[in-house]
Design a protein around this ligand. Structure first.
Ligand SMILES: C[S@@+](CC[C@H](N)C(=O)[O-])C[C@H]1O[C@@H](n2cnc3c(N)ncnc32)[C@H](O)[C@@H]1O
Length: 242
């Protein structure tokens, strides 16, 4: 079942505030592009300023969350983009590709309408951030939903893959953003910001185990070294196609 952003979007503005360090990393990769297509744009997170941005977003709930000053948005899906060939200098797709029903067709469309670079922020499903030790269901879901890094090569040709390290105080509450704040995962409101938690049910035993380990100090003994880190490689990747 595909999570519906018309539902998930309800808490989005509150929980998914764009993080300025991640924004800077995306902006760097966009280089000198003047016209940028943002696919799966949602409420407009990470849309660069000072460029001509066009947003594409299928969910009306997410479109309604866009501010009046946000880039113009077209209600459409990646798989069927209503633009001429080579319309944009660059394209970006941030934490969205795992939702596309036909990822290959979507990327083929993105390539068709983009003259230059495509910048994709996604997750490498072969990675296992610590949360999956408690919730192995997440790893299974990642493997089902997320394209493997080798898929991008098949679909787009040669790509560059760069780790996107997650800051310890990341303001964007995506799935593994709370790597240094384990107690956050015990809060249903925090969990509601991630589509993965909408897909998984009956996690009570696993979350109780996490809660118990935080209280007993077992979490600290296993993962306390993370408290000394400013960033963590949780498995997020920038995939760049020129
Ligand atoms: C996790 S949100 C990310 C939104 C935004 N890029 C951000 O970083 O906040 C995923 C978005 O992908 C959109 N989406 C789902 N299926 C899509 C498709 N087939 N084509 C384009 N976007 C899609 C959802 O509606 C949702 O807004």
């Amino acid at each position: 079942m595909e999570p519906r952003y018309d539902t998930i979007g309800l808490n989005y503005a509150d929980l998914r505030k764009p993080d300025h360090r991640i924004a800077a990393a995306i902006e760097r990769e966009l280089g000198t592009a003047r016209t940028v297509l943002n696919i799966g744009a949602g409420a407009g997170s990470y849309e660069p300023t000072g460029r001509e941005v066009t947003a594409v977003e299928p969910s009306i709930e997410m479109i309604r969350k866009r501010s009046a000053s946000a880039a113009p948005v077209v209600q459409a899906s990646a798989e069927d983009l209503p633009f001429e060939d080579n319309s944009f200098d660059a394209a970006m797709a941030v934490l969205t590709i795992h939702h596309w029903p036909d990822k290959q067709a979507g990327l083929c469309e993105v390539r068709r309408v983009t003259r230059g670079r495509i910048v994709i922020l996604t997750f490498d499903p072969s990675e296992r951030p610590w949360l999956t030790d408690y919730l192995p269901q997440l790893a299974a879901l990642d493997e089902t939903q997320m394209p493997a890094m080798s898929d991008y090569v098949r679909w787009l040709g040669p790509v560059r893959v760069e780790p996107l390290l997650v800051p310890h105080d990341c303001s964007d509450g995506f799935l593994y953003a709370y790597w240094q704040r384990p107690e956050a995962y015990l809060d249903p409101h925090v969990r509601s910001g991630s589509s993965s938690f909408w897909l998984l049910e009956g996690l009570n035993d696993e979350l109780e185990k996490l809660s118990g380990d935080i209280q007993s100090g077992a979490w600290e003994r296993s993962y306390g070294y993370l408290r000394d880190q400013d960033t963590y490689d949780a498995g997020y990747r920038l995939v760049i196609s020129d």
